[in-house]
Write a protein that binds this ligand. Structure first.
Ligand SMILES: [Zn+2]
Ligand SMILES: [Zn+2]
Length: 104
């Protein structure tokens, strides 16, 4: 199950489960759309993969008998912060950003 992390790992802005601005890589590293566009250039600082909009989990269970939705599977609470310096991230993204995600 996808972890709904509470903040952007870079700028630390809040990204609640219903935020349309949350972006994730395939490992669920979570950033805001602004950081992905202007700083990361669609390169995850950790794995080097690209990003997709984080799906918004429904608040309730829409199927009888199914334990689904935020009420059963809430967002996680530990805030995550990138261990990399901005300088390091910029060098990392510069190396990778021009390679198509499918070729990374
Ligand atoms: Zn951010
Ligand atoms: Zn990643």
């Amino acid at each position: 199950m996808l972890e709904l992390r509470p903040n952007c790992e870079l700028c630390d802005r809040d990204l609640p489960p219903d935020s349309p601005d949350a972006r994730i890589c395939s490992y669920e590293c979570t950033y805001c759309a602004d950081c992905v566009e202007t700083v990361l250039h669609d390169v995850c600082p950790t794995c080097g993969g690209n990003f997709a909009p984080r799906p918004i989990r429904p608040t309730k269970s829409w199927r009888a008998g199914k334990s689904l939705g935020l009420g059963f599977h809430p967002a996680t609470t530990p805030r995550t912060h990138s261990p990399f310096t901005l300088e390091d991230i910029q060098a990392h993204t510069a190396r990778i950003r021009d390679i198509a995600p499918k070729d990374r």
